[in-house]
Design a protein around this ligand. Structure first.
Ligand code: HH2
Length: 258
């Protein structure tokens, strides 16, 4: 899954794809580089980010989806029912909701009515404050219980279980150690029986691991290492910014692990 952030402020690619033509070109390039789907988002959820209005989010993502014209498999990274509805109408097939259907009460019905795919992600708190001293007893057990509960809620709301994937939410209310423990024990999340999505790409825990306590991003090489480890522990979808490098590494890893 390639990442295209149509935002001025995303933590690693903010501003790069704010122009709809640039964003559409990036999405098409990612498809050529081997992405199976491209995740288009109009709202940054980086630590400290402020929410964006529905109108502004639509203004950012709709022109991109219009330019892609259904030719690129698209995931819409949104928590808003209206944005999801418009995106699905323009050909998007997956709704990636980092709030796991907890922020907009109308979103579940939109996904159910359109029979779209859905990604439910774990987050502790909200982006504005989530990195202020996050604590867990057992991070993996707590994330697993959360995802299990949100999966049941989504199914109860009429969404087909076979269309739902789950994501531990790397960096969303987690320390460096929490993030790596989630990858180390990813098989426990895969045991829920749904495909697991992992988005470690460029996240600050990678920069911190490599020795910079103030890092806000991580390198491509570190991202690839984390993605290969996640794949080995059962991840099905890797959400990444550097598609070519990840496709090459994962192709080799898949051949070696077969
Ligand atoms: N991470 C980000 C955004 N959306 N969705 C899922 N399912 N999993 C993730 O790990 C995930 C996500 C944050 O990364 P990015 O989109 O690059 O940055 P920003 O939120 O600043 O736009």
């Amino acid at each position: 899954m390639g990442v295209v952030n149509v935002t001025p402020d995303s933590f690693s690619d903010g501003g790069l794809n704010l122009d709809a033509n640039d964003a559409a070109a990036t999405a098409r390039r990612m498809l050529e580089e081997g992405a199976a789907i491209v995740d288009v988002g109009g709202e940054s959820t980086r630590p400290g980010a402020e929410p964006v209005s529905v109108d502004e989010e639509l203004r950012r993502v709709v022109p991109v989806l219009e330019r892609l014209d259904g030719e690129v498999p698209v995931s819409i990274d949104t928590s808003k029912a209206e944005v999801a509805r418009r995106a699905l109408g323009l050909g998007a097939e997956l709704v990636n909701d980092v709030t796991a259907l907890r922020s907009d009460p109308d979103l579940a019905a939109v996904v159910a009515e359109q029979d779209a795919y859905l990604c439910l992600m774990h987050m502790l708190g909200e982006p504005r404050t989530m990195q202020r001293d996050p604590r867990y007893g057992d991070v993996v057990a707590e994330v697993k219980a959360f995802l299990e509960e949100r999966l049941a809620a989504a199914v109860a709301a009429g969404i087909t279980e076979e269309r739902i994937c789950l994501d531990p939410g790397i960096g969303f209310g987690k320390t460096v150690e929490h993030n790596f423990e989630l990858i180390r024990r990813l098989d426990e999340l895969a045991a829920l029986g749904r495909p697991v999505v992992v988005g470690f790409s460029r996240k600050s825990s990678l920069g911190k691991l490599l020795g910079d306590p103030d890092a806000t991003t991580g390198t491509t090489a570190a991202s690839v290492g984390a993605a290969v480890a996640a794949y080995e522990r059962g991840a099905t979808i890797l959400r990444v910014h550097d598609v070519r490098e990840h496709v090459e590494a994962l192709t080799a890893a898949a051949a070696a692990l077969r």
